[in-house]
Design a protein around this ligand. Sequence first.
Ligand code: AMP
Length: 458
Amino acid sequence: MCGIFGVFGVKNAANYIYFGLYALQHRGQESVGIAVFDGKKIREWKNLGLVSEVFNEEILKNLPGSIGIGHVRYSTTGLTILQNVQPFCVNFAKKTIAIAHNGNLVNAYQIRCKLEEEGHIFQTTMDSEVIVHLIAKNHKKGIISAICETMKKIRGAYSVLLLYENSLIAFRDPWGFRPLSLGILDGGYIISSETCAFDLIGVQYLRDIEPGEVLVIDKEGPQSFKVFEKDEIKLSHCIFEFIYFSRPDSYIFGKNVYIVRKNLGRNLYKECPLSADFVMPFPDSGNYAAIGYAQASGLPLEFGMIRNHYIGRTFIQPSEKIRDISVKIKLNPVKDILKNKEIIIIDDSLVRGTTSRDRLKSIKEAGAKNIHFLLSCPPIRFPCFFGIDFPTASELIAAKHNVEEIRRFLDIKTLYYLSIEGLLSAVEELKDRVCLACFTGEYPLEVDFTFRKDIAEI
Ligand code: AMP
C-alpha cells in the first residue's frame, strides 16, 4: 500500500506535499519522495525512511515550483531498495515524466516480459514502471491517448499521479480499488489518497477522482476524460481501507472511516453480545470498533494496553532476557486495570495470528481472568493482489485453521469474527460496491496465484 499526494498551481508546492505526505505516513513507512516542476525541469528528492527522516527545510528549499507529486511506500511488488523509491522519474523524447502509484497491478509482470522481449530496459522491479513504459510507447498520439491506451492494458489497482511538463495528471482504475480525492487550495488543486491530508493544510474537498477517469490539470484548469464504457466499470472498493488501512478522520469512497469502524463494533455486539467487566481495544487498530461495541452494549470502555507512539526502527536485537520486547515496546498492559477482570478485547483483524497471540499472552500475564477476543472483520482466508500486503494463503492463519483451532492457538475463552453481513451493513449503501476477495476468494478480476512480491527481482 502507498500514499500519493499532488499539487498544481500553489507556490512552494514541495512544502505542501511534505505536509500531505506527513498526514499519509500511515499508508507507507518504507520510503518517501517528492518531485516538483519549476517551469523548466523536474527536481526530485527521495530516500528510504519516514517523511520526517528524509526531508528537512534545506532540502525542501531546493525543490522550487508550484506543481509536484509525492509518494510514501509500503511495497507490494518490488523489494524495499533505493531504486524502487517513488516518485519514479524518467526522460524520453525530450520530455520528463514522474509517476506516483498506489495499488498493485495483477498483469504487470506479463506486460514487463513482453516489453523486455521488444527491447525495453527496466530500471526498477516495481509494477508501476510498466505504466511509464506503456505511456512512453504511445506518446506520439499525445499524453491523454497514451494514458487511455495504458489504462486499457493494465489490470488491477491503480490510483496514479503523473507530473508531466506543466501539468498534474491523475487517473484511477475502473474498479476504484484505492481512494483518490481532489480539493482546492488558494486557486490551485490538490489530489490526495486520503482527505485527512486536506484537513492539515486547509484544502477544500471537491470530489473523488472517478473510477476509470483521467483528470488533467494544467493552466486551462481541470479537464476530465472517461476511458471506459459504463458497463466496463465494476466498482470494487477495497473494504480493508475501512477496516484497517485508512485514517479514521478520512472520508474515502464518500464515507467517514471513523463512523464505519464504529458501525463494525456495533454490529459485532449485535452478533456477539457478551457481558464482561469492560471492553477494550488493541490500540489503535481496534479503537473505533471498541467504541461502537461499548456504546451498543452499555459496557465501560477502558484502555488496558498503552501504545508507545514514538516507535521508529529499533536497531538492537532483543536478547533472551527481554524476549517479549517486540510486543511491549509497542503495547504495554496496565496491570491495575486488567487484574482479575473479565475482558472483551476488540481488534480489527487477524492476519498471521502471531502478534495477537503475543499481545493476548501479555494481557494474561498482567492478571486478566477471562478473555473474549472479537474481530471487526471476517476470517482473512485469501491473499490480496490489489495492494494490501497480505501474505500467501499458507501464512494466513484462517486459511489453514477453523475458528475453534485459532481460539485454542490464542488460548482464550471466546474468539468471534464479524460476519460478511455484519461487515456489509457497516458500509451501508456501498455494500454492492466493495471487494471482499480476502474473505470470500471471489476476486473481481483474474489473478495469478503464483504472484510473489519479488516476482521481477533478479
Ligand atoms: P497478527 O496477530 O500477526 O495477525 O496481527 C494482527 C494485527 O496486524 C492487527 O492488529 C491488525 O491491525 C494488523 N494488521 C492488519 N492488516 C495488516 C497489514 N496488511 N499489515 C500489517 N499489519 C496489519
